[in-house]
Design a binder for this molecule. Sequence first.
Ligand SMILES: Cc1ncc(COP(=O)(O)O)c(C=O)c1O
Length: 388
Amino acid sequence: MSGFDFDTPVDRHASGSYKWDDTPDSKIIPMWVADMDFRTAPVVIEALRKRVEHGVFGYTLVDDSYYDSLTTWFNTRHGYRFDRKQVIYTSGVVPALSAIIKALAPEGSKVALQTPVYNCFFSSVRNNGCIIADAPLKRVDTGAEAFTYLMDFDALERVCSDENVKLMLLCNPHNPAGRCWTRNELEKVAEITHRHGVRVVSDEIHCELTMPGHRYIPYATVDPEAIVCVSPSKAFNTAGLQIANIICPDADIRKAVDKAININEVCDVNPFGPVALKASYSNEGKEWLEALKKYLWHNWVYLKETLNRRLPKCKIAVLEATYLPWIDVSSITDNSSLLEQKLKQEAKVWINSGDMYGQKGYIRINIACPRSSLAEGLDRLCNYLEKL
Ligand SMILES: Cc1ncc(COP(=O)(O)O)c(C=O)c1O
């Protein structure tokens, strides 16, 4: 027992939750968008409470203690050293990716990525007038019930050898493939991209959420020229507080990215984001995070056992990181969008269709919820799929 309670459900209805309130049907169990149904760490709640009680919420100065917390956390926990001067704070990783693309990839140029991948990678490339250059991941079956993904380095080599490819968006660890990339794999990415003059932008928002036996390797430790985006928001369930960081070692590029962020005058952050970040990146935050990771691991084991038993036709991607298992339902249907709708309407469980991530015939399930809710959600899913 950790002393932290992840079991008691928190009623999120009518809390302005995108995940829970964006539907008229309150009976639906939402297992889609990537936030967790747990309260954040007590240390974060307490820090926010103090800030609320202060009662004045004027424009926010991000002070030295913020940068101390950030740099100390990554240095001591992950062996990732960087100087505070390299950091640009911003309101989210997706706005960060968009600003970096705007700054570094001229309209009409290409941006490499590896599908299936987080849907906003597609939109941030397209919305900046750029073209997607896909080096799809390679699926490899690892047994009767499981599969995993490897990087296709030949495909990456081909994509990067196109001189119109200026940037690569790397997802490390990878959503939705569930991979926690190894140092060898990341070194190979660095070698290929450097040879072709492609700059890597590494989205490391899921970096804390590794499963036992897997270790997050900060991409910048193999490629010091990379631009890295991080946020405590996935691990501490604070996405709505909107705080993230870009770590960009090159001063000229940093200036260009900063300009792209400021172009629409949306540079300021709200007063709660920095407070939450500092409390998260603390000893008490770490203790809570370790307990959370154990809980998520048990949820993952529960999901595997349940689906292997009840839906043996559906293989599951090995989950090395994130709380977002990725399931192959192609033996039942390739039309996973329709399946998403049907599951929502008829089974009252809401998952994400693989189409969103560039792969039909798959679904993504968010398991960051109390075990009772996971059990009920999976039961609804299995009851429905068993009949098809
Ligand atoms: C890989 C990845 N990047 C970014 C985000 C969202 O980042 P933010 O909320 O900071 O914009 C998500 C959310 O699920 C994600 O999975």
